[in-house]
Design a protein around this ligand. Structure first.
Ligand SMILES: *[C@@H]1O[C@H](CO)[C@@H](O)[C@H](O)[C@H]1NC(C)=O
Ligand SMILES: *[C@@H]1O[C@H](CO)[C@@H](O)[C@H](O)[C@H]1NC(C)=O
Ligand SMILES: *[C@@H]1O[C@H](CO)[C@@H](O)[C@H](O)[C@H]1NC(C)=O
Ligand SMILES: *[C@@H]1O[C@H](CO)[C@@H](O)[C@H](O)[C@H]1NC(C)=O
Length: 480
């Protein structure tokens, strides 16, 4: 793709070589003689450094221009029964005028005129009563939902490169949807999404299935192929449970595997998401799901408000949302875990990065069993030691400081009871606010994945801790 060599017949090359070789040979000897007799002063060493800025950092060959938000059609599966509450989640991430796509409902809903401007267009799904459905646990709406991609394709929207499916309670970080899809060539067949956090779910369904609640993307040409065969395909699998396993069954018939992007989150967990979010893999946060099932991600705040509050942090650096940084307050012997734009945690004592980076089990399993083997990801137990209960600081506000060209994040302590600790070291109790400083980094995912480094800065204010987060220095490693 990068080569521009002209193709010449080999005979011509041989003839050309024959003619020029003796000349070259003499030229070299001549140069050598001149060089060794120091008659000629060589110019300074010709630079052999590769200038990295000129290299294209994308590791996937692509054709055409970058994918933008306007190239993505979001297809949202919603139910009329839950519409009144679920639409509030859609409003949080939907940008009227910028986002394209629509919502598909099972029945008509009452539409408030002023609201239509803040929500996607609404379509009623086609009748699917002719399709067989025999699964006893599931609901036949699964068929309707799996056909949304094909229905979306038939709307004939122009210049669409990707169809992104989601549920009415899926919240997308749209900038990161774009970042992730931009890595792939939309002219090829791609089925992109992620598994469940529950190992059991993945065994029942499949590790090769993109979970619908976490959302998944299908490239335009693949959607076209799918639409040709989907109805026939659906009829072959009446016993499947949901829409996403029906989709995967058709993908298997199309010979297209799942391309895993771990930033899509089905969130098959209950309880407190703190551990899961602060242990996020080093990849952009693309989606979150199941907000009606989990606790509000900021304690004391409503479910919708807390998602809105998290998304507020994307205004200044969407690429870095919830990205993890680990550092230590050496003097006070504390470990500091930053989940940018979301929370900072302080733990007494020095915990190694390999432990700290693992999600702590603040949440419980989808099948409500307390067995760490039930997860499809590594997790670590919540420490029982009275000294090691983390002090949690949730983001209060983020703003951009024009003069310092930095994002200033204020994180306030979450007041909760801490058991008494006998370790002879300073207590994080005295800290009520953490200020996190960071430069904007919209291009961080064009580079190889790497966590930001963090440094605890000196502070003269009582009860306030300053932390800097950003590119690691030349030899900066997390070493204590
Ligand atoms: C010329 O001499 C320099 C050092 O004196 C050497 O590095 C270089 O390779 C020589 N060039 C040739 C063509 O022999
Ligand atoms: C980098 O990629 C863009 C778009 O894919 C292309 O226009 C440009 O020529 C490429 N640059 C280099 C140095 O290959
Ligand atoms: C329409 O929706 C808006 C926004 O949710 C709300 O403020 C307004 O009261 C609603 N109007 C009616 C007539 O329900
Ligand atoms: C931020 O802090 C202020 C002052 O302490 C408080 O009144 C406000 O409720 C906090 N907001 C959030 C979202 O935590």
């Amino acid at each position: 793709m990068t080569s521009t060599t002209q193709h010449r017949p080999p005979i011509a090359i041989v003839t050309a070589l024959r003619a020029t070789l003796p000349i070259l040979f003499f030229l070299l000897i001549f140069l050598y003689l001149i060089n060794s007799s120091k008659l000629l002063i060589y110019p300074p060493q010709i630079t052999t450094n590769i200038n990295c800025q000129h290299l294209n950092t994308s590791n996937h060959p692509k054709t055409g221009h970058d994918t933008e938000l306007k190239h993505i059609a979001f297809c949202i599966a919603a139910s009329s029964k839950l519409w009144n509450s679920r639409k509030e989640y859609i409003k949080l991430w939907w940008r009227p005028g910028d986002n394209r796509g629509a919502v598909w409902l099972d029945h008509e809903v009452k539409v408030n005129k002023t609201e239509t401007e803040t929500l996607p267009d609404i379509y009623i799904s086609q009748d699917t009563s002719r399709f067989p459905y025999t699964n006893r646990q599931g609901h036949r709406s699964a068929i309707r939902i799996s056909r949304i991609v094909s229905e979306a394709l038939r709307l004939g929207l122009d210049d669409v490169r990707w169809f992104v499916m989601g549920d009415d309670d899926t919240v997308f970080v749209v900038e990161n949807v774009v970042r992730v899809l931009n890595k792939y060539d939309h002219n090829q067949y791609y089925y992109i999404g992620s598994s469940s956090e529950s190992h059991f779910q993945n065994i029942f369904f499949s590790y090769s299935m993109a979970y619908g609640g976490g959302g998944f993307a299908i490239s335009y040409p693949l959607a076209k192929e799918l639409a040709k065969m989907q109805d026939r395909c659906i009829k072959r699998y009446p016993g499947l449970y949901g829409s996403d396993d029906r989709m995967q069954a058709c993908m298997a018939e199309l010979n297209v595997p799942l391309t895993k992007e771990p930033g899509f989150h089905q969130n098959d967990v209950y309880g407190n998401l703190l551990g899961l979010l602060s242990g996020h893999p080093v990849t952009p946060l693309v989606s979150l799901h199941h907000f009606d099932v989990i606790d509000p991600i900021f304690p004391g705040m409503g479910r919708v408000d807390s998602v809105k509050h998290l998304l507020d942090s994307t205004k200044h650096d969407s690429a870095s949302l919830i990205q993890q940084s680990i550092c230590y307050d050496i003097k006070r012997e504390w470990s500091v875990l930053v989940s940018w734009g979301f929370a900072v945690q302080i733990v007494r004592g020095i915990m190694s990065p390999r432990e700290l980076e693992i999600p702590s089990r603040t949440f419980t399993n989808w099948y409500k069993v307390s067995d760490f083997r039930a997860y499809a990801i590594n997790t670590r137990p919540v420490t029982r030691h009275p000294c090691q209960k983390p002090f949690v600081f949730y983001v209060n506000s983020t703003r951009y400081d024009e003069s310092r060209r930095q994002i200033v994040g204020i994180y306030s302590v979450h007041r909760e009871r801490h058991p008494s600790c006998r370790w002879k070291m300073g207590s994080p109790e005295k800290i009520h606010t953490i200020v996190v400083l960071k430069h904007q980094d919209p291009d961080r995912w064009l580079r190889a994945p790497r966590k930001d480094c963090c440094r605890v800065l000196p502070s003269r204010k009582e009860g306030v801790m300053y932390v800097w987060v950003g590119h690691c220095g030349e030899t900066e490693i997390i070493e204590v």
